[in-house]
Design a protein around this ligand. Structure first.
Ligand code: PMP
Length: 412
């Protein structure tokens, strides 16, 4: 298990007072905080070896290139990718998913082809497929949920047809915490000849991931939710796809040769990294991966399961609190969405903020899921490696006070 006291000492931002109380940061599904090791890696890069990559004939350029490509190798090991050439640096999960839609999708989809996704996707794993489907006259099909908020695998089997070309599914829901059975989804998708695109934005920070064991075709995640900087994300792609896919953006670095009217492409992954990449933040992500790997992703997950179990039990003591998602902490991540009586989620968030507790409130970029749940918004507390039981206790106490406060405001 994790030594949270020691971990907390590595995160300067956690040690501050917000609105008169020690900060309790429970908005990790939106973005995580950064350890000193990551912050110092960025400072070190800009202070000692900032230079453009891949084209330098000077020492700083070589150092920057080595660190940038070294970060790619670290990310590859982190998700057990077969090699660094299968790791494309992008801005974030959103860009990674769009890259697949704009390249593989545009090259392969024909009118009447089908894209299967789910009703719990983040907009970034939904809107790119809507755009693609409209352009290609393809059909979108949606897998529903069980009453406890798990993916309905019987419905999944029903949605698959010989016309299914793409199955795009989240590995962990940013609202319900639901973990989906990705290996099984991939197996069934491949059986009908479809490729699989996995949104791992909420999975890569929290669960051990092995893309070879999952056998997925593409998998995307963001650095900023896993201790890394903003502006850097990862798209893993199976090598044979990356070799055959057309490029995403045209420009410098992605070419092999250019004539006035034509060009040929560089090898993957550089074929998909046009222009000067986000060198500093890629190297920073490498430091984040080092930090998580030193903790061990199995331990990260064990901490999260234990804390989520504790939180679910503690929150169940709060009167009129509705919690969404699977009740079993083994089947979900540390994302807990809830509503408190008839208090608007934004009001809950504001009251908690007054006590120094940061949560999120809103539709969480999952408007179709909100409609399915029959709510306009939820409040959401989400945990990470530095969160403690004492912080969960502060959340619960603040919710009880919020209920009392609003109860008296509305005269009940
Ligand atoms: N998918 C899921 C499940 C997410 O939680 C998020 C971030 N909220 C995204 C995709 C998009 O991530 P980003 O904004 O970093 O592109």
């Amino acid at each position: 298990m994790l030594d949270t006291a020691r971990i907390r000492a590595d995160f300067p931002i956690l040690h501050q007072v917000v609105n008169g109380r020690p900060l309790v940061y429970l908005d990790n599904a939106a973005t995580s905080q950064k350890p000193r090791a990551v912050i110092e890696t960025l400072v070190d890069y800009y202070s000692r070896y900032n230079a453009n990559v891949h084209r330098g004939v000077h020492t700083l350029g070589d150092r920057a290139t080595e660190a940038y490509e070294g970060a790619r190798a670290k990310v590859a090991r982190f998700i057990n990718a077969p090699g660094p050439e299968t790791i494309i640096f992008v801005r974030n999960t959103t860009e990674g998913l769009n890259l697949v839609a704009y390249t593989w999708g545009r090259a392969h989809l024909r009118p009447g082809d089908e894209i299967v996704t789910t009703i719990m996707e983040h907009h970034s794993n939904l809107v790119p497929w809507q755009i693609l489907a409209r352009e290609k006259e393809a059909v979108l099909r949606f897998v529903g949920l069980t009453p406890t908020g798990e993916l309905d695998m019987e419905d999944f089997a029903r949605q698959l047809t010989p016309r299914t070309r793409i199955v795009a599914v989240t590995m962990a829901s940013n609202v319900l915490g639901t973990i989906t059975p990705v290996a099984e989804i991939v197996r069934q998708a491949h059986a009908v000849g479809a490729i699989t695109v996995i949104d791992a934005a909420q999975a890569a920070p929290h669960l051990p991931i092995d893309v070879q064991a999952l056998d997925c075709d593409f998998l995307a995640f963001s650095g900023h939710k896993m201790l890394g900087p903003t502006g850097i994300g990862v798209l893993y792609g199976r090598r044979e796809h990356l070799e055959r896919m057309p490029p995403f953006l045209g420009g410098g670095s992605m070419i092999r040769d250019v004539q006035l009217t034509t060009a040929t492409w560089n090898d993957p992954p550089w074929k998909f990294e046009a222009g000067t990449p986000n060198i500093a933040d890629a190297i920073g992500l490498g430091a984040a991966v080092d930090y998580l790997s030193a903790l061990g992703m199995e331990n990260v997950r064990a901490h999260e399961v234990a804390l989520t179990a504790y939180a679910l039990a503690a929150l169940s003591q709060v009167e009129d609190l509705v919690i969404y998602g699977p009740p079993d902490p083994q089947r979900r991540t540390g994302v807990i969405s809830f509503n408190l009586a008839d208090i608007h989620a934004h009001d809950v968030g504001t009251i908690l903020d007054q006590e120094g507790i940061a949560i999120r409130a809103g539709h969480h970029c999952c408007k179709p899921l909100m409609r399915h749940l029959g709510v306009a918004a939820t409040a959401r507390a989400s945990f990470y490696i530095y969160n403690t039981r004492e912080e969960v206790d502060r959340l619960v106490a603040a919710l009880i006070r919020a209920k009392e406060l609003f109860g008296s405001v509305v005269g009940r």
